[in-house]
Ligand binder design. Structure first.
Ligand code: V47
Length: 361
């Protein structure tokens, strides 16, 4: 074994932080089993044997989007045949329908950047959902949407977040981070929040007491250096605020996107090593999520042996990655998730959106 890899193994066993060069050396390693072995050591020390899931529903208010990122198959123009917009009443009725399940605890709300809707519309939706379903946690709006709300309303980021908190937003999802590199963003998503804006918005949310998630969209045009720098930017911010709850790896799904003819779907090999290396670099994140919707359930199950300790939720009606060819189900029952976690030799734990334990199963 190379000296650098030997040193990494010792550092992981001793719980010592890895450097950028060590992260890059991990991406050069072809020993997937060894990466899993190391990630397992870190996962066990940081978060034990519990694997978390929740009962949640996704609501995507619209797919009409001004940003039109090259990696996205969900967003479209307003005059496209696939375009849809939801009224406040429709969002409420979907939420109430799902809330008939007494286990439902979270609404996950992520949408396109609609060119005509005012910020007041989003506030009204959040206010109404909170008034009708006060016991449901609203995990709503990525940093990219918050940035857009500031642009369309003329408010500062802080004012936007404060207004959303007053309306009933409880936490923020981790999307929109993609790769925190100006080079990548200029090529793939030049019309939305920059890397520094994404980080600044997460920082402001954390300072205002709002927890948020972080993510990385990988397997497109990014380099391994950019993946590591992305993880380090998140690790630095987490050192500063402690406000990230979980980190999610999103493998790029190329179908129906502008990149479809140029880029292949990531390999399971890459999915597992990226999960493991994320766990190893993000030593200050308690939770690393294997989002079964994007990975498929069998790969999410395997990812539990590569550093993950969270499998997301039951997810009703996923739309974003299914538009890009995901072949997972759009929703899974609680029992299926529990069974999958048990098969992987771990302890299933139903959680709320802030990672409080509801039940150890
Ligand atoms: O920001 C878009 C990604 C994200 C594609 O915080 C794609 O718990 C793969 O925010 N292939 C939105 N990924 C989803 C999101 C989310 C989902 C689940 C849990 C949480 C959480 C957050 O989906 C986007 C983008 O990074 N995405 N298109 C694609 N073709």
């Amino acid at each position: 074994m190379d000296t650098i890899l030997y040193g990494i193994e010792h550092k992981v066993r001793d719980g010592i932080r890895l450097t950028r060069d060590e992260g890059l050396a991990l991406f050069k390693s072809d020993d997937l089993a060894w990466l899993g072995y190391l990630a397992n050591i870190a996962r066990k020390r940081i978060s034990g044997d519990y694997v978390y899931f929740n009962v949640n529903r996704h609501i995507n208010l619209t797919n009409v989007c001004e940003a039109r990122c090259k990696f996205c198959a969900f967003g479209c123009d307003g005059d496209s045949a696939q375009a849809y917009t939801m009224t406040k009443e429709k969002a409420l009725s979907l939420a109430k329908q799902s809330a008939q399940d007494p286990d439902l605890r979270e609404l996950h709300i992520v949408s396109g950047l609609h060119p005509e809707w005012p910020f007041e519309f989003y506030l009204d939706v959040v206010r109404s959902l909170k008034a009708e379903l006060p016991h449901i946690h609203l995990k709503a709006f990525t940093a990219v949407e918050i940035c857009y709300f500031a642009k369309i309303s003329g408010l500062t980021i802080e004012e936007v977040i404060k207004a959303l908190i007053a309306a009933g937003m409880d936490s923020m999802p981790g999307g929109g981070a993609e790769i925190l590199s100006d080079r990548v963003r200029e090529q793939l998503c030049p019309k939305k929040a920059t890397a520094s804006q994404w980080l600044a918005i997460a920082r402001t949310a954390h300072q205002l007491g709002i927890k948020s998630n972080a993510s990385m969209l990988y397997g497109h045009i990014e380099t391994m250096e950019e993946r590591i720098d992305h993880l380090l930017a998140l690790r630095d911010l987490q050192d500063e605020t402690g406000g990230f709850q979980t980190f999610i790896c999103f493998p790029f799904h190329p179908a129906n996107t502008e990149l479809e003819s140029k880029i292949m779907r990531t390999s399971v090999w890459d999915d597992l090593r990226t999960m493991a290396i994320s766990r190893l670099m993000l030593d200050n994140f308690k939770n690393i999520k294997a989002y079964w919707i994007m990975l498929t359930l069998p790969v999410a199950q395997l990812a539990l042996g590569f550093g993950a300790n969270d499998i997301d939720g039951t997810v009703s009606e996923e739309k974003i990655v299914h538009a890009a060819g995901a072949n997972s189900s759009r929703s899974l029952s609680k029992d299926t998730l529990i069974g999958a976690i048990r098969q992987a030799g771990r302890v299933p734990v139903e959680r709320d959106s802030l990672y409080n334990i509801i039940k150890v199963l």
